[in-house]
Design a protein around this ligand. Structure first.
Ligand code: ZN
Length: 404
């Protein structure tokens, strides 16, 4: 047994008989601008189309081909961010092309999406923020924060993005599909209870997680976007029905996501953060999932697995410095899907990802992996720094549960 696994195992054996003291580290965090050029990134070579997913494997359900629910707001996307902004409308066509490259055309069931009801959005966001943001969008163009341009079409597009997650889960619940991919923009995981930030207006994954929890179900959220999912952490900080897991570059935008951010008074240990140094590779995140997250999932027993699937941890991405490849995302998706109690209980949401070639390859690889198929335009990465940070995260979890 590896030292990481030993630590993780000991963590789960701890009893919870005290209240942990701590406050939400998000308040007063040193938030920096996220939209800054990182060092020049190598271009992902266009290997798309040279490899196809293995076709027509047996369904995870045991008959026919596996089915992927796709819920997207691409056809109604009117969120304009202006020239040169990395969070741009071309991201969604690139993501869809990735599904085709992966040979999944026949495996996709595209569902109609609808705007998220106000009540569902208001369960995760402050009512005053929602009214203000809608008004400012409609009066636009302008900015929600320094990084987040908005305009007259932005609010409707954001509501459709959040509604797409609800539609995807409904389709999974009523059908025999194996997984769902919510291909939407704007992304959501930086949007906190009190307000949007960092390209995000409404926290899409949080809207669905809250909806599921309100129905009495438990949720695991895995956020592998290169930026910390501060908004999702904020919303579920004190909620034991959601196990929130984030791996991200640190220090980096938005300035949160340290290992010692482990959850609030009512949810000690329900937040797990892996803060990675620049240059980290896919093998470190896989080990983290195996050695720290898997034992926590064993205890949490989620009914649903939601994924904040950002692809800006790809080595070609212009906004960050991790070194993952599209094959790493396939491996992460395979691991994360195994955390679900049964097929049809995994919903991946597109979050970040700003190199369109990398987004295309990574969406294809991830979607194929969610169906148990294989599409790998690149090879997995390994050998980067960050393994010691897994121990840091495991020890922080020990302390959180020990004090609870
Ligand atoms: Zn990101």
């Amino acid at each position: 047994m590896s030292p990481f696994a030993r630590v993780a195992q000991s963590v789960e054996q701890l009893t919870r008989n005290e209240q942990v003291s701590g406050s939400n580290p998000l308040s007063g965090s040193n938030v920096r601008s996220r939209w800054r050029p990182s060092r020049p990134r190598p271009k992902l070579r266009a290997t798309l189309g040279r490899q196809r997913a293995a076709p027509l494997r047996s369904s995870l359900w045991g008959y026919g081909r596996s089915v992927l629910i796709v819920a997207s707001n691409a056809s109604t996307d009117r969120h304009q961010t202006g020239p040169g902004h990395p969070e741009r409308s071309g991201r969604l066509p690139a993501a869809h092309d990735g599904l085709i490259d992966a040979g999944l055309s026949d495996a996709i069931n595209t569902v109609d999406v609808y705007p998220a009801p106000h009540a569902a959005v208001a369960r995760v966001h402050d009512a005053g923020y929602l009214a203000l943001a809608q008004r400012r969008c409609e009066r636009g163009p302008g900015h929600l924060d320094a990084d987040t341009p908005i305009g007259p079409g932005s609010w409707d597009t954001a509501l459709m993005a959040a509604g797409a997650g609800l539609a995807a889960a409904e389709a999974l619940r009523t059908g025999n599909a194996d997984a769902a991919f919510v291909l939407v923009r704007p992304p959501g995981h930086h949007a906190t209870f009190a307000g949007g930030m960092g390209f995000c207006l409404i926290n899409n994954v949080a809207v669905l997680a809250r909806h599921l929890c309100d129905g009495g179900e438990k949720v695991l959220i895995v956020d592998w976007d290169v930026h910390h999912g501060n908004g999702t952490q904020d919303i579920f900080w004190d909620d034991p029905s959601v196990l929130f897991v984030s791996s991200h570059q640190y220090p980096h935008y938005p300035g949160t996501g340290r290992a010692d951010e482990t959850g609030g008074l009512n949810a000690p240990g329900a937040t797990i953060n892996l803060a990675l140094p620049a240059g980290a590779t896919g093998d470190v995140i896989l080990r983290f999932l195996d050695d720290v997250v898997a034992p926590a999932v064993e205890v949490h027993q989620p009914d649903w697995v939601l994924v904040s699937a950002g692809f800006d941890a790809h080595r070609a991405d212009p906004l960050a410095d991790l070194e993952l490849s599209s094959a790493d995302f396939a491996d992460l998706a395979t691991r994360v899907a195994q955390f679900a109690p049964r097929p049809g209980r995994v919903v991946a949401f597109l979050e970040g990802g700003y190199d369109l070639t990398a987004v295309r390859a990574s969406v294809g690889a991830t979607a194929a992996a969610l169906l148990g198929e294989r599409f790998r335009p690149e090879t997995p990465t390994s050998g980067g720094p960050g393994a010691d940070h897994i121990i840091e995260t495991a020890m922080a979890r020990v302390r959180a549960l020990d004090q609870s």
